[in-house]
Design a protein around this ligand. Structure first.
Ligand code: NDP
Length: 342
């Protein structure tokens, strides 16, 4: 779309994700356009605005909702602050009449998720949660492969998302801001992926958390979480996420007619999808190669498309709420040492 017809976005919270991934992704988007910045650090924001061709008048602070409301160029606000601060920004943006795209995890409690859904519904604005993998072509190809039944019924899902987190990412180790450790930040990809790929909701979870004693990063939040989710069809998802282990973001799926090995499943780039299957008498491994696309740009364009057409986002607030409920149950299970029914 030409710039005048694109949906105008304000990005709120200029941290690592916003600066390194989201702002550059506007350059690859086809229906979304960056029109404003909202930040608590004015000097940084002004510099970033200059780099992205945003006028100084379109740089706002977190208290400027009256001015944001009055800026007709802003149709949507993309919330990219620490997890526990999402609720306040989403509710304020909806009250200012803006559609909202909110980073994952949606919030840090079921009550906050519900309040965000209610605020957007009351304002008749779209609320989309930024589950980027659901817009990423390889993840979508895996979903199709599982759902179309060509290899039989999938029963086994094995997902790992680990990252050895450096200490400077302070808020991620503060429970009141992050809500938890490895689970809501990176374990969420394993969790959401299982629901996305199967289209089913788990009926039971069994979780375990671990933190290395004495590691200063894990005084408040868990280092590692492992959990099993049981689905009604018999599908079982085994998931592991850790803040203490070298990067590994892979997914495996077992079907009667194929074994799927999906490397970098949850990464920004570098996805590698291999499907081992029987081809007549021979066992073959098909290396699926898809055109690389910037998943942040795809996500932005989906939100823009929903605003232009009135269609409901594929990952609405309810998707974030469902995941929050499951994460709460995983923590409950870890505390009690018992499986928790959903
Ligand atoms: P950063 O710490 O790098 O940035 C957060 C930004 O939020 C800050 O730079 C700041 O921007 C603003 N902010 C406002 N209040 C606070 C506060 N009290 N403490 C710290 N920062 C504050 O975080 P990330 O960019 O890594 O993460 C932001 C969100 O994005 C999180 O919800 C995270 O889960 C999500 N995320 C999603 C990813 C994905 O792949 N989808 C990957 C990484 C993160 P300013 O100075 O402009 O006010």
């Amino acid at each position: 779309l030409p710039p005048g017809e694109r949906v105008g976005f304000a990005v709120l919270g200029l941290g690592r994700l916003a600066l390194e991934e989201i702002l550059p992704a506007f350059g690859e988007a086809k229906k979304a356009r960056l029109v404003a910045l909202v930040s608590g650090t004015p000097d940084k924001a002004k510099l970033v605005a200059r780099q992205h061709g945003i006028a100084p008048e379109a740089v706002y602070g977190y208290g400027d909702w009256d001015r944001i409301k009055a800026d007709p160029a802003i149709q949507a606000v993309y919330v990219v602050t620490p997890n526990a601060l999402h609720r306040e920004a989403v509710v304020a943006a909806a009250a200012a009449g803006k559609h909202v795209l909110c980073e994952k995890p949606m919030a840090t409690s079921v009550a906050d998720c519900q309040a965000m859904i209610d605020a957007c519904a009351a304002a008749k604005r779209h609320l989309m949660i930024a589950y980027r993998c659901q817009y990423e072509p390889y993840n979508r190809a895996v979903q199709e492969l599982v759902r179309d039944g060509r290899h039989g019924r999938a029963l086994l899902y094995d997902a790992v998302n680990t990252q050895n987190m450096a200490a400077p990412t302070q808020w991620r180790f503060v429970k009141s801001l992050a809500g938890g450790g490895a689970l809501p930040d990176i374990g969420l990809y394993c969790l959401n992926g299982a629901r996305f790929i199967t289209g089913e909701e788990p009926v039971e979870v069994f979780g375990h958390t671990y933190s290395t004693p004495g590691d200063p990063r894990f005084r408040e939040v868990e280092e590692q979480v492992t959990f099993t989710m049981r689905f009604p069809s018999g599908f079982v998802a085994n998931c592991a996420a850790s803040y203490g282990l070298h990067e590994n973001r892979r997914l495996g799926i077992g079907l009667p007619g194929a074994a799927v090995a999906f490397d970098n499943a949850f990464a920004y780039t570098g996805q590698r999808l291999q499907v081992a299957q029987r081809d007549g008498q021979a066992e073959t491994v098909v290396d699926r190669r898809l055109a690389a696309k910037n998943q942040f740009a795809l996500e932005l364009d989906h939100m823009a498309e929903c605003i232009l057409t009135g269609r409901r986002p594929r990952t609405p607030g309810e998707e974030g709420l469902a995941d929050q409920r499951i994460m709460d149950a995983i923590y409950r299970s870890a505390e009690t040492g018992q499986p928790v029914a959903l």
